[in-house]
Design a protein. Structure first.
Length: 367
């Protein structure tokens, strides 16, 4: 810390002391009782704490997160994705119309009573607020806390997105990033908080587990868990999304996959005309990194099929022109000389197939 910063800090302490206000520290007694069990937003998958959820644009962040909010609220469950003890959810969103379409799809797909949705899910439009604004918001929705017969169940607040909900002069400034998360912690004490943010551009082509949120590192550093939402196959924009844990002060868990499809419904607009209206349907399922790697490999295999067939045909034609098949090493080099790039194993497979086809043609010639 520079000398000027030290001086300012000492002056702040002196002024606070002279004014009679010094916020006291609360001592926490340790080791005097039994271990406390984890609190879950989604059982055994997502802890009930302060978390950062980041993802690239158009990967289905809001659809996946909103569907998880319904799981947290006890309104929805999927195989292995559920909660024993529900809690209400407050969502501050940059796009209320998008949330409305997602909720419409959930309601229609799973036949959820609208009164139950109104009771357990609250949605407000994002506004770039201060600590005072968020404290007012928390107080306005304090009724979302409910008693389950044993203790109070505090709600989950979803901040979607950080850039839409907070005034930040420079999101790359670590002090400013820490302040944003601190504001939420102070405004929503004992609530769970999901901060939704975008992925840094330079991380886009990295594996999901190595990706980080855009801006200051303190965004993630000041939270207890971080998650990333990405495509299961980065090369296929139509592939399913998934959410993976990149940091947690609990245990690393399975990944949550999201299969998104769009339905179309004809409705009447304000002018009495019939128009087509789309809404998303989001189904969640458990997955893991091994399953994702298989999907990526299968996709690449299908994408490479046309090239594989072309290479085999070209090699068979070359064998026919020279009147013989080449040794494996020479045939692989010939394909490379034609500009075809592939792994050694893949080239061997193509050469062997070309030899088989050529030898069959030679054997059956004249029949």
């Amino acid at each position: 810390m520079s000398q000027s910063n030290i001086v300012r800090s000492l002056e702040s302490i002196r002024e606070a002391t002279e004014s009679g206000y010094v916020e006291p520290y609360e001592r926490i007694l340790m080791g005097h009782s039994k271990l406390k069990p984890w609190e879950w937003a989604v059982d055994d998958l997502v802890l009930f704490n302060v978390a950062m959820i980041s993802g690239w644009r158009a990967v289905g962040k809001t659809s996946l997160i909103t569907t998880l909010a319904f799981v947290t609220a006890g309104l929805l469950e999927f195989d292995g994705i559920k909660t024993k003890r529900w809690r209400r959810v407050l969502i501050s969103t940059e796009d209320p119309e998008q949330i409305d379409r997602i909720i419409y799809g959930i309601k229609k797909r799973h036949r959820i009573n609208h009164d139950d949705i109104d009771d357990r899910i609250a949605v407000v439009p994002a506004r770039r607020g201060t600590l005072v604004d968020f404290t007012r918001l928390a107080n306005q929705f304090q009724h979302l806390v409910h008693h389950d017969g044993v203790k109070d169940r505090y709600p989950l607040f979803i901040d979607d997105t950080l850039s839409a909900n907070h005034k930040m002069s420079d999101e790359n400034n670590n002090a400013a990033g820490a302040d944003v998360v601190d504001v939420l912690k102070k405004a929503f004490p004992r609530w769970g908080i999901w901060c939704v943010h975008h992925i840094a551009k330079e991380n886009r082509n990295q594996k999901a587990e190595n990706q980080t949120s855009r801006g200051a590192g303190s965004f993630e550093g000041n939270t207890q868990a971080t998650y990333v939402i990405a495509r299961q196959n980065p090369d296929d924009k139509h592939s399913d999304s998934f959410m993976t844990t990149t940091k947690t002060r609990g245990r690393l868990n399975l990944e949550i996959g999201c299969r998104l499809r769009w339905e179309t419904e004809e409705i009447e607009d304000d002018y009495g005309e019939t128009v087509a209206c789309d809404y998303p349907i989001c189904d969640l399922y458990l997955t893991d990194s091994e399953e994702r790697e298989k999907l990526v490999a299968e996709y690449k295999e299908t994408q490479n099929e046309p090239m594989k067939s072309k290479c085999i045909d070209l090699l068979v034609c070359h064998f026919t022109q020279i009147g013989k098949s080449l040794p494996q090493k020479d045939a692989k080099q010939w394909l490379r000389d034609q500009g075809y790039k592939a792994s050694n194993a893949r080239l061997i497979a193509m050469v062997n197939e070309a030899k088989r086809v050529y030898e069959y043609q030679v054997a059956t010639q004249g029949e």
